[in-house]
Design a binder for this molecule. Structure first.
Ligand code: PMP
Length: 359
């Protein structure tokens, strides 16, 4: 198994390179910080740390059920969507007779779920525009396929697929199998034409599992809270498999607070749109190709190995993600920052001459 390679922490770069002013645009975090109402709720919850959390996360699941208009029996919360992916592996995958279909490159924890279960992992390359190739994925499905993972938007490409393709894929699944639609970046993409909402597919009773997270638009990556929307029998199976107290009391309270902070969410989405435009313009001016993004990061093709440019940016105190570790060695994946962070990034990229010239 490939170990998960997280973005470099700011203090590590400060220590190693002796820099003081370091910005991190590497982990698709919320540049505006956590929602103030979530912080307030978390502080309040700290007063009761001696008590076990609510194992059923009743209040949070109730609020989420209202938020997405699904019954509570269709909602499960987890220690980040990372944990929910892991639980799905435990529930659906039994060994070498089972198979998992994923796009490649996509989020690496899907591979981990398959590898931990010692089952077959079928990686289907993305299409020429770096979108999931849903027709090729449909062809890869066999009666042994238990889970199909589609990140929509995809990480690391930021691309989306439409609802028709998703429905075709679902129609190919054998009984007892499911499509996981990972919507970690949902709130950034939801207004795009043709963008499918996993909630609607679940409400129709299709074998679809929607995953969302509080780590991105809701600005709570540090507290670890994700949720699953699925048919009640899948939620029931996952409830049996999970640890009893898989989400902690502070996380449950903070997520409840975040759900009431629509102002922060709207500011996050608006900043994201603006900074994506600025980054795209600046990099296009440098002659670089940007993949149109529906998420809170931008994938940029340097047309040459990206690793040296990644290191040059590090020396300038700008942490991004090198495509080298993402299976895209000529690309950088750059998370959206604040207005000032985008200024720093563009300035640094402009200084790394002759970045725009062919290698
Ligand atoms: N799915 C995708 C597509 C992601 O990009 C991420 C974040 N890296 C996750 C899941 C995991 O998110 P969480 O913080 O909720 O575990």
């Amino acid at each position: 198994m490939q170990p998960y390679s997280p973005g470099k922490p700011i203090d590590e770069v400060q220590r190693e390179l002796g820099l003081t002013e370091v910005i991190k645009l590497a982990s698709n975090e919320n540049p505006l910080g956590p929602p103030p109402k979530a912080v307030e709720a978390a502080k309040h919850a700290v007063e009761s740390l001696h008590v076990y959390p609510d194992a059923s996360a009743f209040r949070l699941r109730e609020a989420l059920a209202n938020h997405v208009s699904l019954p509570m029996e269709s909602i499960l919360v987890g220690n980040g969507s990372d944990e929910l992916i892991h639980i799905l592996g435990e529930v659906f995958l039994g060994g070498p007779d089972d198979a998992v279909v994923v796009g490649s490159p996509s989020f690496v924890r899907y591979d981990a779920a398959a590898e931990l279960a010692n089952c077959r992992l079928v990686r289907v390359p993305l299409d020429a525009e770096l979108r999931h190739d849903l027709d090729a994925m449909a062809l890869a499905i066999t009666p042994r396929t238990r889970l199909v993972f589609v990140a929509n938007p995809n990480n690391p490409t930021g691309t989306i697929v439409d609802g028709d393709g998703i429905r075709r894929l679902v129609s190919k699944l054998a009984p007892g199998s499911a499509l996981v639609l990972d919507e970690a970046y949902f709130e950034f993409a939801q207004d795009a034409p043709g963008y499918p909402n996993s909630r609607d597919l679940v409400a129709e009773g299709l074998p679809v599992i929607g995953l969302r997270t509080f780590s991105k638009t809701y600005g709570l990556a540090g507290i670890r809270l994700g949720y699953m929307m699925a048919p009640p029998e899948i939620i029931d199976a996952c409830n049996r498999a999970r640890e009893p107290f898989n989400t902690n009391a502070v996380a449950q309270a903070a997520a409840l607070g975040a759900l009431t902070d629509q102002e922060h969410l709207q500011a996050t989405v608006a900043n994201n749109r603006r900074q994506l435009e600025r980054m795209t313009q600046a990099f296009t001016d440098l002659g670089l190709r940007c993949i149109p993004s529906y998420a809170n990061f931008l994938l940029v093709d340097l047309g040459r190995p990206a690793e040296p440019v990644f290191h040059e940016l590090l020396k300038k105190g700008v942490i991004v993600r090198s495509g080298h570790v993402l299976g895209l060695p000529t690309y950088l994946r750059i998370s959206v920052g604040t207005e000032a962070e985008t200024d720093r990034l563009i300035e640094a990229m402009n200084q790394i001459a002759p970045i725009g010239e062919p290698a």
